[in-house]
Design a protein around this ligand. Structure first.
Ligand SMILES: O=P(O)(O)OC[C@H]1O[C@H](OP(=O)(O)OP(=O)(O)O)[C@H](O)[C@@H]1O
Ligand SMILES: Nc1ncnc2[nH]cnc12
Length: 181
């Protein structure tokens, strides 16, 4: 849990049975709409990584971009988009993964990083961990060092954050939600 974790959690909205029955969708738009909550959210990440000497933030399409860009701006490092398949125009490398609801692939420009660049991987939420792990693999394949993975919301009962840690990456979550919360 982060400095503002309890507060941010209290502003996140849960939408039951969306986008399909049985999924409790954790909606961050109320946080983004609230200027104080949005600032505290970005500050949670800035506070954690201000001394981490990051070269870049790699944020995941699409909701990861919302947090990745302001954090990169504040920390004075660069921003690299990890995009869903078919969206990047130059030469790409690609990893497929399984979602809580579906399957997809993420891509990275092959020239996104220099060897040993220190990279923070960011996304809004970790469920099964497939998306974050695929992004971390892309970064390692392209020669970058994954300093940590960071998210707004971890759903620990879905096992993703544990899987990411077992793959050797740290996980920082602003807050966590259990299924029945
Ligand atoms: O841990 P996982 O099981 O991989 O799930 C987490 C991912 O699922 C959601 O993305 P989604 O594909 O819905 O895309 P969006 O950000 O474009 O809405 C979420 O934003 C994470 O990227
Ligand atoms: N339960 C959930 N809420 C919001 N985004 C998600 N992405 C995957 N699972 C999700």
């Amino acid at each position: 849990m982060s400095i503002y974790g309890d507060y941010i959690k209290s502003v996140i909205r849960t939408v039951p049975d969306w986008p399909q029955p049985g999924v409790n969708f954790r909606d961050i738009t109320p946080v983004l709409q609230n200027r104080s909550a949005f600032r505290k959210l970005i500050d949670s990440f800035v506070h954690r990584y201000q001394d981490s000497e990051l070269d870049a933030i790699a944020a995941i399409d699409a909701r990861g971009f919302i947090i990745g860009a302001p954090v990169a701006y504040e920390l004075g490092c660069s921003f690299v988009p990890v995009r869903k398949k078919g969206k990047l125009p130059f030469k790409t490398i690609s990893e497929t993964y399984t979602l809580e609801y579906g399957e997809s692939a993420v891509e990275l420009h092959s020239d996104a990083f220099r060897a040993n660049d220190r990279i923070l991987v960011m996304d809004d939420l970790i469920a099964t961990g497939g998306t974050m792990l695929a992004a971390a693999k892309l970064i390692q394949r392209s020669g970058g060092q994954v300093v940590e993975t960071a998210t707004i919301i971890d759903l620990p009962e879905l096992g993703g954050s544990q899987k990411i840690q077992e793959a050797g990456h740290g996980v920082f979550a602003v807050c966590t939600f259990l299924e029945n919360e």
